[in-house]
Design a protein around this ligand. Structure first.
Ligand code: GLN
Length: 486
């Protein structure tokens, strides 16, 4: 048994009792990080982490995160440390300040041991487009399968058991989908619950700080630590932060759970569908009321197109500052256009360029009505339908993804329901800004898959409570690839 494998509360207990020290935990996490072969890291902060951990000598009994090693996706600003967003355009960039979540974790004396890879600028879902190449799924040591993205490095590091928690960001599903492929918990809270200050923007109306944990209680611990109003982010909520850990311990009485049948039906993998349907029975046995509901096929089918138009449009305008002058490498040129065009041509990969073309096209005056505004109207319809379902139900519950981690390079029919609906529905949570958590459910041929619970805005306590119930049902939380005794 290694202390690093325990829940945050249990590690904390061992720290307080001085059975283990932050330095020992940090060394173990660094050792695992260095042994890992899945290309999870932009950088391992060995020196910094060891120096900080060795200052932590007096345990803080009331601070669960004291001395706990963690990782952050490399799109969170870290003062004085490189922050690349896995893009060549930001190589060499060192932010002058910490993202609020990084600052909060520093204050709690959690130990940052490294920064993880992502799909370039957090755009994409495969974990293959970052400037360091493909990040692999630890569950396939032959390196034939993706971990998914865009928070690929954090997800893979969690699936490999390197740290008890890792930060990610989620604009469409970038924490919750790779969580499913990696057999870990992936959390995206209500929009505004956690400050985004210092997180590189992708599409701010959809962007959320998210994170991965191995245990449901840990998810509550993190939410309590990271949430709250931040004057540096005017979109952060002024609502009080609940005592998520204590609140989520309370079992819900007959929670009403909506299952979206049109999503379940679009899944062709029988093992995943059957396991999901089986979990409904277990939830019922645990006292839940299951309501089978149809969201509306056409609306579901429109999620992807709506997401692409809105996210690309927002990204195009947000990333206009990556011009080789304000940010990015400077190339000589006679005009601003020349400097900018060189920096952007050399700095971005194909995927990013394609998305900027889509974004610019959608924002052109002559196209705005048919593309951008139409997408906004459709988003409003989707949000309305989602909230309508949640008016009568506490949660929406669906499989998180239609498959286990796909093989790299495998193609799918982009017009099928399986792709358009089952592979893209997690964006509902971003459109509506609702809290949404992926929980591991099981394994198919040794590869993990998960489910997703979504709740009402700012009802994270309830959402975490159902996740804690679900964790007891599956009994697989805490697993990672290669865990001793597994
Ligand atoms: N897969 C989605 C995309 O390609 C989501 C990305 C994200 O959530 N950051 O944009």
């Amino acid at each position: 048994m290694n202390y690093l494998d325990l829940s945050i509360r249990d590690i904390h207990q061992a720290l307080v009792e001085k059975k283990v020290t932050p330095l020992e935990l940090t060394k173990e996490a660094l050792k695992r990080a260095k042994e890992n072969k899945d290309n999870c890291f932009e950088m391992i902060l060995e020196e910094e982490a060891l120096a900080f951990a060795s200052t932590l000598t007096e345990p803080e009994a009331d601070n669960l995160l004291w001395g706990i090693p963690y990782l952050a996706k490399d799109n969170f600003s870290t003062k004085g440390l490189p922050t690349t967003a896995s893009s060549n355009i930001l190589v060499g960039y060192k932010p002058l300040y910490d993202a609020t979540v990084i600052a909060k974790l520093k204050e709690k004396k959690a130990v940052l041991i490294g920064k993880t890879t992502l799909d370039e600028l957090a755009m994409g879902g495969t974990g293959t487009t970052g400037h360091l190449g493909i990040t692999y799924n630890p569950y396939d040591p032959k390196h034939e399968r993706m971990i998914g993205g865009s928070s690929c490095g954090s997800a893979a590091a969690m699936a490999a058991g390197i740290v008890p928690f890792a930060l990610g960001s989620d604009t469409g599903d970038s924490v919750r989908k790779p969580a499913s492929y990696g057999g870990v918990i992936g959390v995206k809270p209500t929009w505004g619950r956690i400050s985004r200050y210092g997180l590189f923007p992708f599409a701010p109306s959809l962007d959320h700080v998210g994170y991965f944990t191995r245990y449901a209680e840990d998810a509550a611990v993190l939410l309590e630590a990271l949430s709250g109003r931040d004057v540096m982010d005017s979109t952060s909520s002024v609502k009080d932060v609940d005592a998520y850990v204590a609140e989520s311990e309370k079992e819900l009485v007959s929670p009403r759970i909506a299952v979206l049948d049109d999503i379940v039906e679009s899944i062709r993998d029988n093992a995943i569908r059957d396991a999901f349907l089986d979990s409904l029975k277990k939830l019922e046995e645990a006292g839940a009321m299951i309501n089978h509901i149809r969201f509306g096929h056409d609306l579901l089918e429109s999620i992807y197109a709506t997401y692409i138009v809105i996210s690309c449009a927002e990204a195009t305008s947000n990333d206009a500052n990556l011009d080789g002058i304000k940010f990015g490498p400077y190339y000589e040129g006679k005009t601003y256009q020349e400097v900018m065009s060189q920096a952007r041509t050399k700095g971005f990969s194909e995927l990013i360029k394609r998305r900027f073309v889509i974004g610019s096209f959608a924002l052109m005056r002559e196209n705005q009505d048919v593309l951008f505004l139409r997408a906004q109207k459709n988003r409003a319809k989707i949000v309305e339908r989602t909230n309508q379902i949640l008016a009568d139900n506490d949660f929406i519950f669906v499989p998180a993804a239609p498959t286990v981690a796909p093989k790299l390079g495998a193609t799918s029919d982009k017009l099928s329901d399986e792709y358009l609906i089952a592979d893209n529905h997690l964006a509902l949570g971003n459109f509506a800004g609702l809290p949404s958590i992926t929980m591991p459910l099981g394994y198919e041929n040794g590869l993990p898959f998960g489910v997703n619970f979504m709740g009402r805005a700012f009802e994270e306590s309830k959402l975490l409570s159902i996740c804690r119930t679900f964790e007891k049902i599956t009994g697989i939380c805490g697993d990672y690839y290669g865990k001793e005794g597994k």
